[in-house]
Design a protein around this ligand. Structure first.
Ligand code: 5RP
Length: 237
């Protein structure tokens, strides 16, 4: 591993471990998806071995498999429609704690779990904290409606691209059986307005814009040595 990759992994580990330490005995925990969440799962498994009892709700097959491997008891959102704490990664976070998520194509389940949670802890490294979004916005789409949705996304000002799979020919198929369209906007001046406009398109399942969770969000920003915490109290009105 080169020095840059080692520092990035260390930053993710700092954030993931700090988030796992926010979990309390008896909690139902939303388990997000991705490489930063991986470190949270790693640390949560240690805390379980030390004696706390938790149940996890995985947001993807990847996370369910990892959680089982690490001995984290699993449950479902149907069994626990109110979640004590959800811990998830993000692709970008802006100063109002709006997020772009979905690089791992798990955005729909991640948004369902975040919405059901009393606390939403987001684990990122410093590079992902931005003043203005520039990452593409992933949109999960019903395959039946792909071309019509793409036309309507284009009308919102983006260049939409169907996400291609790696080690499979053709599109990525999400855990829900749908396609992902990555939407590159030249700028996103009003993220919440865009989230609403995308959600309004028939055939859209969800977008990776997460703009309604600011009040319950704790952003844990890791660097290679430690982390800093940003909450809604730090957001300038
Ligand atoms: C998956 C996600 C991930 O949480 C997000 O892409 C961050 O992943 P990573 O921690 O690997 O950078 O939204 O759908």
């Amino acid at each position: 591993m080169d020095e840059k990759a080692r520092k990035l992994a260390a930053a993710k580990q700092e954030a993931g471990h700090a988030a796992a330490d926010m979990v309390e005995d008896g909690m139902v925990v939303g388990l997000g998806t991705g490489s930063t969440v991986y470190y949270m799962i790693e640390r949560l498994s240690v805390r379980i071995r030390e004696g706390i009892h938790v149940s996890g709700i995985p947001t993807s097959y990847q996370t369910a498999m990892r959680a089982r491997e690490y001995g984290i008891p699993l449950t479902t959102l149907d069994d626990h429609p109110v979640v004590d704490i959800a811990i998830d990664g993000a692709d970008e976070a802006d100063p109002r704690l709006n997020l772009i998520k979905g690089r791992g194509a798990a955005l729909t389940r991640e948004k369902c779990v975040a919405a059901a949670s009393l606390q939403f802890v987001v684990v990122v490294d410093e590079q992902k904290v931005v003043n203005r979004f520039s990452a593409p916005v992933p949109v999960e789409v019903l395959p039946f409606a792909t071309r019509s949705v793409m036309n309507q996304l284009r009308a919102l000002g983006c260049v939409p691209v169907i996400r291609e799979a790696v080690k499979k020919d053709g599109p990525v198929i999400t855990d829900n059986g749908n396609f992902i369209i990555d939407c590159k906007f030249p700028e996103i001046p009003e993220p919440r307005a865009l989230e609403i406009a995308i959600a309004d398109i028939p055939g859209v399942i969800e977008s990776g814009l997460f703009c309604t969770f600011m009040e319950k969000t704790t952003l844990v920003v890791g660097n290679e040595k430690k982390c800093r915490i940003i909450t809604s109290a730090d957001v300038i009105p």
